[in-house]
Design a protein around this ligand. Sequence first.
Ligand code: NAD
Ligand code: TYD
Length: 347
Amino acid sequence: MGMKVLVTGGLGFIGSNFIRRALAETKDEIVNLDAETYAGNPENLADLLPHPRYRFLRGDISDPETVRQAMKGVQAVAHFAAETHVDRSILDPEAFLKTNVLGTHVLLEEARRRAGEIKRFLHISTDEVYGPVLRGKSSEDAPFRPTSPYAASKAAADHLATAYHKTYGLPVVIARPSNNFGPYQYPEKALPLMITNWSEGKPFPLYGDGGQVRNWIYVHDCVRALDLILRKGSPGRSYNVGGSVLLRNRDLVLKMRKVMGIPKSLVRQVPDRPGHDRRYALDSRALSKLGYRPASDPASDFDRALRETAAWYQSRRSWWRPLKQSPVFSAYYREQYAEKTKEAAAR
Ligand code: NAD
Ligand code: TYD
């Protein structure tokens, strides 16, 4: 018997991959509540609209009445909805506070009101709550030292979710994934930006010296881990969800240049992101203890996952071209690069 699961933000990158998997591999009934922001793309799940176990609701998680309707008859919540792009949070933090903090609060409140009905509340947090870790790996009890407005808003939401467990006994489980990559990622993020820019013959803007380290995980692995945490995680606990690959950005660029046969001239060093976290690394042993075994995570499979990802974007121009041609995308880039040019001039 499956559960009725409210997924928030299911038209985005990880949420849409989570729903695809849930409908294919579980008996769960999915209600997807998504505000269709610039990052929420109906195309991502258009083929699943006729599915008998899938229902889409357009709406904002920070609206209590919308959330009240969406949570009717639900046994579990998987909360993905968020403003997610660090660079946008630097240009304009307000939407991040509204959705990530207040929106999360509205969901937690409604779940609290339905005490007993909601058996699990999976809150999707991020490795960015720990801030930069120059050595070693962050375990789940590491202190939070967020740096960007995005990370700070996610840290607030993470604390709030824990507080609802400790104070009200809500069965909250928290996942803190590292950098995901794979299909359906909005092309402002590093990897899809790289692949799609190169497919258009444009350079990839590498921030600073490219020495920042990220912990990469294939989205297909991440959503399996999230499903496991939703079902088996201990209420009140947090679980890091990190891939085994730690890589400097310039090494990722090198790998992808090889995959796609791209010359060095299509990499442009640009001024660094302000407050750019130098390194993230997660200790994911608690997740392994829960029974998680990656399907494609070991380093040997990482290159294959990168090739699959490049091939997906190369064969899905009709998916990303309209996104990159939209006024939202170009307005963001104008602002982003106007800002970077100003910073460079001031140095
Ligand atoms: P995304 O930006 O691709 O998608 C976010 C989705 O949330 C979109 O569909 C958007 O329309 C929806 N949304 C935004 N504001 C909303 C609101 N007020 N009400 C309802 N829906 C709203 O994000 P993603 O990369 O899929 O990330 C999903 C979650 O995972 C986020 O909570 C993010 O912080 C977390 N996370 C992401 C990564 C990553 O590498 N992408 C890593 C760690 C954690
Ligand atoms: P991003 O995909 O924005 O994820 P996050 O900031 O959440 O880690 O960026 C991944 C890394 O790539 C990060 O260190 C910033 C860097 N980056 C670039 O060098 N150039 C770019 O154009 C972007 C978007 C990111």
